[in-house]
Design a protein around this ligand. Structure first.
Ligand code: DGY
Length: 316
């Protein structure tokens, strides 16, 4: 096996400690406070051949590293990496698909139930000691029964969400870049078309220019007053201001969000809303799954430098 100990791998910003430990065990680990080209020293630029990142990696930062061969992204979504620019420079970009599919799909279902049945609010009420003081908690206004689910983005995670909700007995429809021959659900070729046909919209679509603010005021209007919107994909896919308005005005019934436009900052207006259920981007965040993602990041680096191939290159 090729010797990797002298190969410098750059980690800008935070990364899972298990990934960092493994990188330090096999390579020369170089860390940087953040992915800022101004922080790259001449020595770093001359030595770094690989990067493991869980942060935004822009073209300028890539260009500050002339010998970079591979960017191993921590996460299945790689919209934070300028993969097009990396591609033009002949740099491999990898992500962490498959190992997190089930976890994220489970979170989507949990978030949907929390949102529709208002479960977190009931728990807060109990913890405030109000059960014994005030008697029974008020009934939730929403229910999963009778709902029709639309899934925006029928990739691996979308399919896993659909499978789960189909097992709940709910009819499923979807919108995707193209119709898929191997899924049994009703296809809609536009997102507003899907929203008009369902009352529960689950966004699993990837971020990036193609989906930027695709979930907009028209989509909420089409979803309607009983509408529930769940986002487990990327915050950039939603027009957040339009969502806040829709929730405030009752254009839709409720929203469950794991992702936001400007993480980790969540608009005060969303936090103030009773009909929003909010999570801090924890879709894949179980200990075991995050460890598996960390392993895949490092396995991609090791395979690249020892076998000249990547295990999970991002799609072209
Ligand atoms: C992903 O893998 O893209 C998740 O959102 C975690 O970052």
């Amino acid at each position: 096996m090729a010797e990797t100990r002298d190969i410098a791998i750059l980690v800008p910003g935070v990364l899972h400690p298990h990934a960092k430990d493994r990188i330090a065990g096999s390579f020369e680990l170089v860390t940087l406070e953040r992915a800022d080209p101004a922080l790259v020293t001449e020595e770093m630029a001359a030595r770094v051949r690989g990067m493991a990142a869980m942060t935004t990696v822009e073209a300028g930062f890539i260009d500050a590293l002339p010998h970079l061969e591979i960017i191993a992204n921590f996460g299945v979504g790689y919209d934070a990496v300028d993969a097009a620019h990396a591609g033009r420079r002949g740099i491999m970009v990898t992500n962490t698909p498959d190992v997190l599919t089930e976890e994220v799909a489970d979170t989507a279902v949990g978030l949907l139930l929390n949102t529709v049945r208002e479960l977190p609010r009931a728990e807060t009420w109990l913890r405030e000691g109000r059960w014994a003081r005030e008697g029974g908690y008020r009934f939730s206004r929403g229910s999963l029964r009778g709902r029709t689910v639309g899934i925006f983005g029928m990739g691996r995670i979308g399919r896993a969400v659909a499978q789960r909700l189909a097992a709940f007995g709910l009819p499923i429809a979807y919108h995707n870049r193209r119709k898929l021959d191997d899924v049994p659900y009703v296809y809609h070729d536009t997102l507003p078309g899907l929203a008009a046909a369902v009352d529960t919209l689950i966004c699993v679509a990837p971020g990036g220019p193609e989906t930027h603010r695709a979930v907009n005021a028209d989509v909420f209007e089409a979803l309607g007053a009983n509408g529930v919107f769940v986002n487990i994909g990327r915050g950039s896919t939603v027009d957040e201001a339009a969502l806040i308005q829709a929730l405030q005005k009752g254009t839709i019934f409720a929203a469950g969000l794991d992702v936001f436009e400007n993480e980790p900052h969540v608009p005060e207006a969303l936090i103030a809303l009773e009909n929003a259920s909010l999570l801090p981007h924890v879709g894949s965040a179980s200990v075991a799954t995050r460890q598996a993602m960390a392993d895949l990041v490092v396995d991609n680096l090791v395979t690249w430098f020892t076998q000249d191939r990547a295990i999970t290159p991002v799609p072209e």
